[in-house]
Ligand binder design. Structure first.
Ligand code: FEO
Length: 166
């Protein structure tokens, strides 16, 4: 049976992951409206992954006899000044999520919740990838600059991303 503290913290993280999906969907909509189909696709894949992250936490709470409580999601931005600005915001967001995950690991240790600690290890590794993917996109966009031709190439490159299976 999951403890109340851990249950509450995981419900909060479900909100964070769903909020991440919401943010990346907003970015997907923004890129689609601006005609950047590759980057829109990248963000759609990312949003789908975030939903999976939320469901991993959801399942853990349920499997341990806890109660899922879904909290309200904040409304994300709808526009970004440039592709680089959007991907930079995504990178910053992933750093925030990493800090959340590390906080959860510390709580699991404090609570002697070995089951949650084991489940959260997957997220620790996943966050290394999440930061890496978003930072690589930022670096690509920094390299190509804000001119049309380079951005078209970057859009094509980022559009190659396909859903990854864990
Ligand atoms: Fe679920 Fe992008 O962290």
């Amino acid at each position: 049976m999951i403890g109340k503290k851990m249950e509450g913290a995981l419900n909060e993280q479900i909100r964070e992951e769903l909020g991440s999906a919401y943010l990346y969907l907003a970015m997907a909509g923004h890129f689609a409206a601006e005609g950047w189909d590759g980057m829109a696709g990248w963000m759609r894949v990312q949003a789908a992954e975030e939903l999976e992250h939320a469901m991993r936490l959801f399942d853990h709470v349920v499997e341990r006899g806890g109660r899922v409580k879904l909290h309200a999601l904040a409304e994300p931005e709808a526009k970004w000044a440039s592709p680089l600005a959007a991907f930079h915001a995504a990178y910053k967001h992933e750093q925030h999520i990493t800090a959340c995950i590390h906080g959860l690991v510390e709580l699991a240790q404090k609570e002697n919740d070995h089951a949650a600690a084991a489940m959260l290890q997957w997220f620790v590794s996943e966050q290394v990838e999440e930061e890496d993917h978003t930072l690589k996109a930022v670096q690509l966009l920094e390299r190509v600059g804000s001119e049309g031709r380079g951005l078209v190439m970057a859009d094509r490159e980022l559009g190659r991303r396909v859903a990854e299976k864990d």
